[in-house]
Design a protein around this ligand. Structure first.
Ligand SMILES: C[S@@+](CC[C@H](N)C(=O)[O-])C[C@H]1O[C@@H](n2cnc3c(N)ncnc32)[C@H](O)[C@@H]1O
Length: 277
């Protein structure tokens, strides 16, 4: 049976009625199947899908209806200026993490700064920083070997030379070196958070999300260890939950960091905190 673009989109939207992003998801997935830019769908609403395209499209729509993240179905997510491959071994990069990238780029660091990204996942933060600052030398680490493989594939796809990815449990494999900047978007969700049973996070690994009863276990661990890896006046910068700024500041103060600053997201909530060694 022939099915036009406009009819396929209508059918998909109806199937995804439970999602608040049904229309967008339907368009993104159809562009993926037709290998076309979004404007094509508007320009050629009456073009018909082949049977194979219809079948592939409605298989994706069924998976989306079952809750699979669009990024997993497409195999990528755009972050900063980069299209990054994603999979179920780590977090899908979030737009809010771009706040950390922005604030890191605004720091008055040396032109050849050394920067460590703890819990690099897809490599999102390290690759964004490295692409903007070719003189910086980035190291990205993750405890999940498959995430390190993914980050390395993203690095190769974008041919960004000034990053090294490696497998490490926080600092365990990091040579005793001093960094000008340590950044991290670590796991920070409370173990029993309601957020863990909603939306995309259901399909993301707990190893990327949770950190103890108050979500602070990893931040505490990093705060304690990072001083030995920061240069004099080196900066540490975390992404954290909207309600964790005070706890992160306490933790940094306890470990002797100074000039603690919070940065708010577009909803005016403090989501990034930095301090100086
Ligand atoms: C919230 S995700 C952030 C991923 C990526 N940086 C981003 O912003 O999209 C946290 C990452 O930390 C990694 N991780 C968790 N515990 C770790 C540990 N002990 N050592 C190194 N990485 C760890 C997870 O595997 C995951 O990739």
């Amino acid at each position: 049976m022939s099915l036009s673009i406009v009819a396929a989109l209508a059918e998909a939207k109806a199937a995804l009625f439970a999602s608040d992003s049904a229309a967008l998801d339907a368009r993104l997935l159809l562009c993926h199947i037709l290998d076309c830019p979004p404007a094509y769908l508007h320009t050629w609403p009456d073009k018909t899908l082949s049977l194979a395209q219809q079948q592939a499209y409605f298989e994706l729509i069924a998976q989306r209806r079952d809750g699979h993240p669009v990024a997993h179905l497409l195999g990528y997510r755009d972050f900063w200026t980069l299209r990054l491959a994603v999979n179920n071994t780590t977090l899908i990069p979030r737009p809010e993490t771009e706040l950390l990238v922005e604030q890191a780029l605004a720091l008055p660091l040396p032109e050849q700064a050394s920067v460590l990204d703890l819990g690099t996942g897809t490599g999102a933060i390290a690759l964004a920083l490295a692409s903007e600052r070719p003189g910086w030398q980035l190291t990205g680490v993750d405890r999940i070997p498959a995430a390190v493989t993914l980050a390395t594939a993203n690095q190769q796809a974008h041919q960004i030379p000034n990053v090294t990815f490696m497998h490490s449990d926080w600092f365990s494999a990091v040579e005793s070196q001093r960094f000008d900047l340590i950044v991290s978007n670590p796991p920070y969700v409370e173990d029993n958070s309601e957020y863990l049973i909603q939306g995309d996070v259901v399909f993301e690994p707990r190893s990327a999300l949770t950190a103890g009863h108050d979500g602070m276990d990893d931040i505490r661990q990093i705060c304690a260890a990072a001083r030995d890896y920061l240069s004099e006046n080196g900066v540490i910068m975390f992404e954290h939950g909207f309600n964790q700024a005070a706890a992160v500041a306490d933790c940094l103060q306890t470990h002797g960091y100074r000039q603690i600053r919070h940065f708010n997201d577009l909803a005016n909530l403090p989501r990034v905190t930095s301090a100086i060694r």
